[in-house]
Design a protein around this ligand. Structure first.
Ligand SMILES: Cc1cc2nc3c(=O)[nH]c(=O)nc-3n(C[C@H](O)[C@H](O)[C@H](O)COP(=O)(O)OP(=O)(O)OC[C@H]3O[C@@H](n4cnc5c(N)ncnc54)[C@H](O)[C@@H]3O)c2cc1C
Length: 473
């Protein structure tokens, strides 16, 4: 009988081009997947129902893919250090393999699982799969992690990118006797998101799983990628890939995405077209930059990177925060964006920057409130990218210059000049003239009887106030 290796999936919910899984298959055909519904993660209060729905959908497809490949995906639950070591011991596995993560919680958990497995004499192998370049591979000349994106990009973009690995075919699964043992060791049927208490009724912007992610990538690389630089800032247009949830959960590998961008680059006939693709590659590098930052500066998770911001006198008005969450601030571009988030679990990047600036610099509310609300709603919610985006917007992060304050009206004038996005998400004011919607200055609002609020703050006044507070710290 072959040796058994368990492959523990976390944020790599795919079979194709999965470094750890391919390495396991290189050792033995008997590779069985596991996924642990982590008790500590499920107890958190920042899990978005849409994200849970997406994740469970990815697991459903992953399970089918294991079956097709001749093996199984086992679902377990509890504390990973107990659940995984008990299962591996009961099944007499020789090793457990997994891909590493940058998040502080994941690193602590992995250390505990490693100790528990080694105590049972079970080997552990780890791989870096979710990044093109692992932490430590992109450092300054003095071997320090980068704190500023542009030099990081220069170095990162020069490095040779890894190639796609072979899919693991002809796997061997558990025998019926072993399946009975697994069932006696807390292996369960895959629950639905609803079974876990997460209700999300609206359609997801991207269907879960490998198949949908591959299709989306192909469609994006067939057309929109060639206009990405011009189109990516207009929230009404579908100018971006909308692959963020697939990248967050690893429904598609970053190497597959990179290779598709290189292929698109090869098809370009002009420098102008190439620049669009390079701009998209730069976004992929932002994703890696924030993951490297979190790896080297785990304190980012706890609060502002800049010490001066620790005592920033946030006003934290709860009523205003609720108006922001519900899309009822009286600033149409901000409200449209928040409604998009609440209804789809996703928000366009330009709008993420606008609403984050508005929360921190117009409402003078602690960016951590917004960061948490985003995690509670986004289906692509990801600690490194979300924290990075919020600290960038609040000017509390590593790279605070220039002081960024977005004027909602000028943003709308520039990026939604016909108010198409505003009308899409705020149907109650869709009949109002474009000029008023874009500037947010709607005269005689009562006349329209549309139940839309007056602006809850004055941008000019708040901007001045924020600058004064900022000067003081
Ligand atoms: C306040 C704020 C919060 C954010 N929270 C998240 C989050 O929780 N999860 C998340 O994935 N992204 C987050 N972002 C980054 C960005 O908004 C999204 O990645 C992007 O909108 C996803 O859409 P897309 O897949 O169409 O992106 P595309 O434009 O097609 O970009 C391709 C991929 O690059 C990555 N990417 C793009 N921009 C960024 C960026 N600025 N930072 C890091 N990675 C990036 C994403 O993985 C994205 O899927 C946040 C940005 C801000 C300003």
């Amino acid at each position: 009988m072959s040796d058994l290796i368990l492959f523990w999936h976390r944020r790599d919910l795919r079979i194709t081009d999965n470094l750890g899984l391919t390495a396991a298959r290189g050792q033995t055909p008997k590779v069985v997947g596991i996924f642990c519904l982590d008790r500590d993660i499920l107890r958190r209060d920042d899990i978005a129902p849409a994200r849970m729905k997406y994740m469970i959908g990815c697991l459903q497809e992953l399970s089918q893919r294991y079956t097709t490949a001749g093996s199984q995906l086992l679902i377990t639950q509890g504390k990973p250090s107990q659940a995984i070591s008990q299962l591996a011991t009961a099944l007499n596995a020789t090793a457990v393999y997994w891909n590493l993560d940058v998040e502080p919680y994941a690193q602590k958990r992995d250390r505990e699982v490693t100790i528990a497995l080694k105590e049972q004499g079970i080997a552990v192998e780890n791989f870096w799969d979710q990044l093109l370049h692992r932490p430590g591979a992109v450092l300054t000349k003095s071997e320090q992690p980068y704190k500023v994106y542009t030099p990081f990009w220069r170095n990162w973009s020069q490095q040779t990118k890894p190639i796609i690995s072979q899919p693991p075919n002809n796997l061997e699964g558990l025998t019926p006797k072993e399946i009975t043992i697994a069932e006696q060791t807390h292996v369960i049927e895959l629950p639905t998101a609803e079974d876990l208490g997460y209700i999300w009724k609206n359609p997801l912007l991207l269907a879960p799983g490998e198949t949908a992610a591959q299709k989306r990538l192909a469609a994006f690389c067939d057309s929109a990628i060639y206009q990405y630089d011009e189109q990516r800032n207009f929230p009404f247009n579908e100018g971006t890939s909308q692959l963020s949830a697939a990248l967050k959960f690893g429904a598609i590998s970053i190497r597959t995405i990179w290779q598709a961008s290189i292929k698109a680059l090869e098809n370009c006939v002009s420098e102008e077209a190439s620049n669009n693709i390079i701009t998209w590659q730069k976004e992929l590098a932002w994703r890696e930059f924030y993951q490297h930052c979190l790896y080297y500066f785990p304190e980012l998770e706890q609060g502002p990177y800049r010490p001066a911001f620790k005592n920033f006198p946030w006003e934290n008005n709860l009523e205003q925060f609720q108006a922001w969450c519900q899309g009822k601030t009286g600033y149409p571009i901000v409200d449209a964006a928040m409604r998009q988030l609440n209804e789809t679990g996703w928000m366009h990047n330009r709008c993420r920057m606008i609403v984050a600036s508005f929360l921190t610099k117009d409402l003078i509310i602690d960016w951590r409130w917004g960061e948490k609300y985003f995690m509670q709603t986004l289906f692509d919610g990801d600690l490194a990218a979300n924290n990075g985006g919020w600290q960038w917007s609040a000017s509390s992060g590593m790279d605070p210059k220039p002081l960024r304050i977005f004027n909602p009206a000028s943003q709308a004038q520039k990026f939604d000049s016909e108010a198409e996005y505003i009308r899409q998400w705020l149907p109650e004011i869709s009949s109002i003239d474009t000029e008023y919607l874009v500037t947010g200055k709607i005269p005689d609002l009562e006349r329209y009887r549309c139940n839309y609020p007056q602006p809850i703050v004055d941008h000019k006044v708040q901007q001045r106030k924020f600058k004064e507070l900022y000067q003081k710290i």
